[in-house]
Design a protein around this ligand. Structure first.
Ligand code: RB5
Length: 153
């Protein structure tokens, strides 16, 4: 799978480990930075990864900051992105099955490397469900369309 990944200084260490893991698992990974653990601004990296997923160049995105919160808020501003902060297996699977989540966000303060890898594995494997779940995702897409035609409000 083609995966876009990004972080701020708070996620740099975990990102480096996850890139190795994803490559070993035969995924194609593009690193959108940050490339050091020096203080930087999470919206910049969130936006780059989110655009890459939104335009279809990458199937999924992975974002990491200290809490996951800022990255997720910024990512969800981009049309076509459904980002969720995930720290447990059940939410990971549910985010795919119920919400067709395409960007997963970790908070490095709250998750261990081993758990993040287990979560990624489960998240990639889980499929978006049809029926009422697809209908609800469709309703979210409709909100995005309305937003476009109302000048973004
Ligand atoms: C950086 O200090 C921190 O604010 C950032 O990593 C993230 O947790 C924001 O939501």
């Amino acid at each position: 799978m083609k995966i876009a990944i990004g972080c701020d200084h708070g996620g740099f260490k975990l990102k480096s480990e996850l890139i190795k893991f994803l490559k070993r698992s035969n995924h194609t990974v593009k690193d959108f930075g940050s490339f050091t653990d020096e203080s930087c601004d999470y919206p910049i990296f969130s936006y780059e990864v989110s655009k890459a997923v939104s335009c279809g160049r990458f199937k999924r995105g992975v974002l990491i900051c200290k809490t996951g919160i800022g990255m997720a808020i910024a990512a969800n501003k981009v049309n076509g992105v459904r980002a969720a902060v995930i720290h447990d297996l059940e939410s990971a699977v549910s985010s795919r099955e119920h919400n067709d989540c395409n960007v997963i966000v970790f908070g490095s303060r709250f998750i261990k490397q081993k758990k993040a890898k287990e979560i990624l594995k489960a998240w990639f494997k889980a499929r978006a469900l049809k029926g009422r779940h697809r209908r609800r995702v469709g309703q979210m897409k409709k909100i995005e369309m309305e937003k476009r035609f109302s000048g973004g409000r």
